[in-house]
Design a protein around this ligand. Structure first.
Ligand code: BGC
Length: 462
């Protein structure tokens, strides 16, 4: 055997090992169908008054019973909190051609606030809101605000939301079990002269759906795939057993599925790999948000890192060498995955740079190809898993045509993600139900201001 032949044969063996390590992440069509069907059972458990309390997929009431009509006018604020970046928006709805104007300010939450006290978190939000209101000289106006708070909330009305649990990297003390609208109002009161009496609270998926429904009446599903993952949809109130609507109740209400929690009761154990279990173990909320931890931007890079580590341990990549970075949890960011998958096949420049950042100066073409393969497997599993639960919702709504409003960094920025999701959803939804997935950029904030408009426009004009 020549030296070249030996290299080729090593290469083939190494690739076989990498593929073997990735195998548990490649799920069959039957498995995705099974997940779709299990999710339907979970939705039913969430909606049923006898099983709701224990249900993994909570199907939370949002009290959003109607979507904007398009007739709303005036200025409305939104505060959109759900990750390390948050936003304040001012929406101006007026007559005439382009009847919707938005001013947006982006802020970064200092990382230390993610695990600080709730009081510190809300004081920070109130400071930013206060500065924004003065900047736009709104301090004398009667202000209405849509507050997007992208965590599981138990709502009893449109303007009350009690935090059930933190998700993503948040864990501020003194917030779980409290109404976050009250916490925001208290923080604003501590600041002094600004009063916002009209506040509605909502989830980012709901905001995205509302924002999309402003333009498209067929919009009935909201989806976020970013740091976290979640879906909401328009359900018939007759199936929402926890809702005591009375005679004037609207026939539908937006339900916040809190899909990220799917699998907490063991229903997804048949697809969880040892790496999924290890990641879960190392989070601030072990045992929770099982589905989210296989899908969302916060975890995908870490899954890739752990697979890479296994390949290195098996001697199949990077000559079996361990760098400090490869050993450090959360060192492989999802943005590296995006960059690698965004590079032209056959070109290794980006992958090599990333190996360099990960402490490997001498990666080979084969290492780069293998890394690209791992990223592809993991991002495809993520998109397919989302498609499975989306298919449940499309089938449940049962409209001949439905629009899905979507936002979130993974959907927006990850190369080919949107196309993979659409393709799998087409396979999994019943063929008689057509759908269209529409990007609702700024959806969660814009939707919040639109919800405030829907809720308070008539009140203001009475
Ligand atoms: C939260 C959801 C949110 C989703 C997307 C999840 O971690 O529990 O409420 O909609 O992230 O931001």
């Amino acid at each position: 055997m020549t030296e070249e032949d030996a290299k080729d044969s090593d290469s083939i063996n190494n690739r076989a090992i990498v593929e073997e390590i990735c195998k548990p992440f490649l799920l069959s069509d039957d498995t995705y169908q099974q997940i779709r069907d299990i999710f339907l059972d979970e939705i039913k458990k969430g909606l049923c008054k006898y099983t709701h309390e224990k249900a993994a997929v909570k199907c939370l009431l949002t009290f959003v019973e109607k979507l904007p009509s398009g007739c709303e006018r005036g200025k409305y604020l939104a505060l959109d909190v759900g990750g390390t970046n948050f936003r304040i928006l001012l929406l101006d709805l007026h007559d005439g051609g382009d009847n919707l104007k938005l001013e947006i300010a982006n802020y970064e939450l200092p990382e230390s606030l993610l695990t600080a006290s709730g009081r510190e978190l809300f004081d920070f939000l109130a400071d930013c809101l206060y500065a924004f209101i003065y900047k736009y000289e709104l301090q004398k106006d009667e202000l209405s605000l849509g507050f997007t708070f992208s965590f599981p909330l138990k709502q009893t009305e449109l303007s009350k939301g009690v935090l059930i649990s933190w998700t993503k990297a948040f864990n501020c003390s003194g917030v779980v079990g409290h109404d976050v609208v009250d916490l925001l109002k208290e923080a604003l009161n501590r600041k002094g002269d600004i009063q916002i009496n009209n506040i509605v609270i909502l989830n980012d998926t709901t905001g995205t759906l509302i924002s999309c429904a402003w333009e498209h009446h067929e919009a009935k599903i909201g989806l976020i795939i970013g740091t976290g993952i979640n879906e909401c949809y328009l359900e018939k109130t007759k199936y929402i057993e926890l809702f005591k609507g009375g005679v004037n109740a609207s026939p539908t209400m937006v339900i916040n599925c809190e899909s990220g929690n799917f699998g907490n009761d063991g229903s997804l154990n048949f697809i969880r790999t040892p790496i999924d279990l290890a990641i879960d173990n190392d989070t601030v909320n072990p045992g929770k948000q099982v589905y989210e931890k296989m899908i969302s931007g916060m975890y995908l890079g870490e899954i890739v890192r752990l697979i890479l580590l296994e390949c290195v341990n098996a001697g199949a990549m990077l000559k079996g060498g361990h760098s400090d970075q490869i050993r450090s949890p959360m060192s492989f960011d999802i943005k590296y995955m995006s960059q690698i998958e965004g590079e032209e096949p056959g070109n290794d420049d980006v992958a090599r740079q990333i190996f360099d950042i990960m402490g490997y100066k001498r990666s080979t073409h084969e290492d780069c190809e293998n890394l690209r393969y791992i990223c592809d497997v993991i991002s495809t599993r993520s998109a397919n898993l989302v498609a499975a639960t989306l298919a449940t919702l499309v089938n449940r709504i049962g409209d001949p045509f439905v629009i899905i409003g979507v936002d979130g960094s993974v959907y927006r920025m990850y190369p080919n993600y949107a196309e993979r999701l659409r393709k799998k959803l087409k396979e999994l939804a019943r063929p008689e139900y057509k759908f269209c997935i529409k990007l609702a950029e700024d959806g969660s904030g814009r939707g919040a201001a639109l919800l405030a408009a829907t809720a308070f426009f008539n009140k203001r004009n009475q």
